[in-house]
Design a binder for this molecule. Structure first.
Ligand code: ASP
Length: 312
């Protein structure tokens, strides 16, 4: 028997509403992961184990929960009998958790995030099918890396982004495209499994995570927020730039001043797809986050600063 461990963190997949018609204003994170697993008809030949790591609406996901999640995932991945791990999560911040786990675990076996857009009490709840699909992917002998499985689509965790606030197919993989589709429990894979790019666990176990905030370029954006963040002692700032990494003159000047003063700055685009394209051979004064979304770039910058603190 293969063993799959399901780590519960909450979210709408564990949500309950007053009526089956209700898709908003329900209570997320109210059903135990053990009950979600027990209520889903799992594929035969699998031993399912559950562990409740947290029980939160993912809008309230925290560094403490991330630490617990990564630590428990690493613990279970070290058990030879565990074929793969599934993480139930809220959809709102799943792309941040996916990037975090991708960077700290880079597992040789699969860690599959799953979620739901309808509470468990909805007439056509999507959670049970998503959980079943995620377990099927986690049990595949060839699967590896941090993945996400929602609405029948499998994404590499590093490419994941939420693209719709209500529809059940609320995620995509940006320009990278999906990794594959789950069809009747079988995976139709379109491209290679994601390679790991691990930071390792050590840095993230540190108690004092650096503060990193996001500032967006908009019509009329100035440097006031950046100056205020610097005065607060922020360690890093991600600029959610317009277009291909552009910033208003005064916001750019403020960010350059911040960088000069020792604050780490990364530029990402506020557009949901694509990567920043730099002129050939040019290095820009404010470093690029490439294809990362601003929220992923913030996680990346926090991890880089943690690692830097360790080596200092
Ligand atoms: N607010 C919920 C959460 O992120 C939304 C969801 O799970 O769909 O936990």
């Amino acid at each position: 028997m293969k063993r799959i461990v399901i780590l519960g963190t909450g979210g709408t997949i564990a949500g309950q509403a007053a009526s089956a018609r209700q898709h908003v204003q329900y209570r997320a994170a109210s059903i135990a992961v053990a009950d979600l697993a027990a209520g889903t008809q799992m594929p035969s030949g699998l031993d399912i184990e559950t562990e409740q790591v947290a029980q939160v609406d993912s809008k309230d996901m925290s560094v403490d929960i991330w630490r617990a999640l990564a630590t428990r995932a690493a613990h279970h991945l070290a058990r030879p009998e565990v074929a793969g791990i599934v993480v139930t999560h809220g959809t709102d911040t799943m792309e941040e958790t996916a990037w975090f786990l991708h960077r700290v675990l880079a597992p040789a076996r699969p860690v599959v995030l799953t979620a739901a857009m309808r509470p468990a009490t909805a007439l056509a709840a999507d959670g049970p099918q998503n959980l079943l699909d995620a377990v099927s992917v986690a049990a595949l002998p060839e699967a590896r890396g941090v993945l996400a499985c929602v609405a029948g689509v499998v994404h590499a965790g590093r490419d994941l982004r939420k693209v719709h606030p209500y529809r059940m197919d609320a995620f995509d993989s940006g320009d990278a495209g999906p990794l594959g589709f789950v069809e009747d429990g079988r995976l139709r894979r379109l491209r290679e499994w994601p390679d790991g790019e691990p930071f390792g666990l050590d840095a993230m176990l540190r108690a004092d995570w650096p503060r990193v905030d996001i500032v967006m370029n908009t019509v009329g954006a100035d440097g006031v927020l950046v100056d205020a963040l610097c005065a607060l002692g922020v360690r890093g700032i991600v600029a959610a730039c317009t277009g291909n990494g552009t910033l208003s003159r005064s916001l750019e000047e403020a960010l350059l001043r911040a960088q000069e003063a020792g604050v780490a700055v990364l530029r990402a685009t506020r557009i949901g797809r694509g990567a920043l394209v730099e002129a050939e051979g040019a290095t820009s004064a404010l470093p690029s986050a490439g294809a990362l979304t601003p929220v992923q770039a913030r996680v990346e910058l926090m991890l880089r600063l943690l690692q830097q603190d360790m080596t200092d």
